[in-house]
Design a protein around this ligand. Structure first.
Ligand code: AHG
Ligand code: MN
Ligand code: MN
Length: 326
């Protein structure tokens, strides 16, 4: 018989090795239960008719899908049961949601269902989360944490059964779901240095809306790499972690309809950009915004703040950073 190490066993050893408490295990267990629950609803979604839209529009002005609401509800439920979460920021809630403000220990920022354009087709989506810790040494001011202050960040790609998570200064790890619905077999993810597998990932239909210098960079560089775009950050970044290269969602500044410009980018800082930037850094890569500033250094001013994002292999991101700063 062959057995693989489970995520929980891996994490227990990790906590032991770093002299950490068991509180974090309870939190991670809840996130995994939530992911499996979302996965179940998603897998049976077409059959049960829940891959469509609701008639509500969220705080971001985007049409809410049934699965967005279902996934949000599931995550809130499981996080509440931990009794260790202070408050959460969810893409699907206008306001910060307090859970256990008095004695909680963690802040959780999440996108319960990432990649809505794939939902109607049952194609890959994600559940992205970032975790920060309460200030245990002094007074807690409940400020929204920058990515560099996260203690962990991760993503489940649904319904493919993969889970990737990074721990502060302890690497990025990938797990696969087994026949008993356990996430098993840790593999450390390190961005490959060999450029032959590198990919570029961006919405090519938007390219003429990018800043001219970004368009020029693409003209000069895109032929060096394969191009892949799934339309779900979780899935696209999953590939970049394995193959290397760069995912980018630049600012939209040259749209023929100026109302459709997005000078601040599209992706959300706290539960999309910082999450992948954190995993990328722990895998040896880096991430910047439209000014070429490190994503992990951005202090959020509001919880649904948007940002442009360039994330992936360091030489590529450094190259485009020079252009962005120039
Ligand atoms: P969400 O479904 O949570 O709103 O996020 C969708 C995001 C992200 O997953 C993806 O990378 C990007 O939107 C795709 O946008 P385009 O359709 O504009 O390419
Ligand atoms: Mn998203
Ligand atoms: Mn979402």
């Amino acid at each position: 018989m062959q057995f693989e190490q489970t995520f929980m066993n891996f994490l227990l050893h990790h906590q032991e090795k770093h002299n950490r408490t068991y509180h974090f295990l309870i939190l991670m267990d809840a996130l995994m239960s939530a992911a499996k629950h979302i996965e179940h609803y998603y897998l049976t979604g077409a059959l049960k008719g829940r891959l469509g839209y609701t008639d509500t529009v969220n705080v971001q002005g985007e049409d809410v899908m049934q699965m967005d609401e279902i996934a949000h509800e599931i995550v809130i439920h499981y996080l509440k049961t931990t009794r260790r979460v202070i408050h959460v920021v969810s893409e699907e809630a206008a306001d910060i949601i307090p859970l256990n403000v008095e004695s909680g220990r963690y802040f959780v920022y999440f996108d319960p269902l990432d990649g809505s354009s794939n939902v109607a087709h049952g194609l890959p989506v994600g559940f992205l989360f970032g975790i920060a810790k309460r200030n245990l040494d002094g007074p807690e001011d409940f400020h929204l944490r920058a990515g560099k202050d996260y203690i962990a960040a991760g993503m489940f790609v649904i319904p493919t059964g993969t889970f990737t998570v990074a721990f502060k200064d302890a690497g990025t790890w990938r797990f696969h779901i087994d026949e008993t619905m356990n996430y098993v077999k840790p593999v450390q993810m390190i961005l490959p240095e060999n450029t032959s597998s590198w990919e570029l990932s961006f919405n090519s239909a938007n390219r003429y809306t990018y800043a001219e210098k970004i368009q020029q960079w693409l003209d000069q560089n895109e032929k060096k790499h394969a191009f892949r775009y799934l339309g779900a950050l979780a899935g696209d970044f999953h590939r970049i972690l394995g193959n290397g290269g760069m995912f980018m969602y630049p600012a939209i500044v040259n749209h023929p309809n100026p109302k459709k410009n997005r000078p601040d980018g599209k992706l959300r800082l706290m539960y999309e950009a910082s999450v992948v930037a954190f995993m990328c850094k722990e895998a040896g890569g880096t991430a910047v915004d439209e000014k070429g500033m490190p994503i992990l250094d951005i202090n959020p001013e509001s919880h649904h703040q948007r940002t442009a994002l360039y994330v992936g292999s360091k030489p590529l991101v450094d190259d485009i950073t020079a252009v962005l700063k120039g």
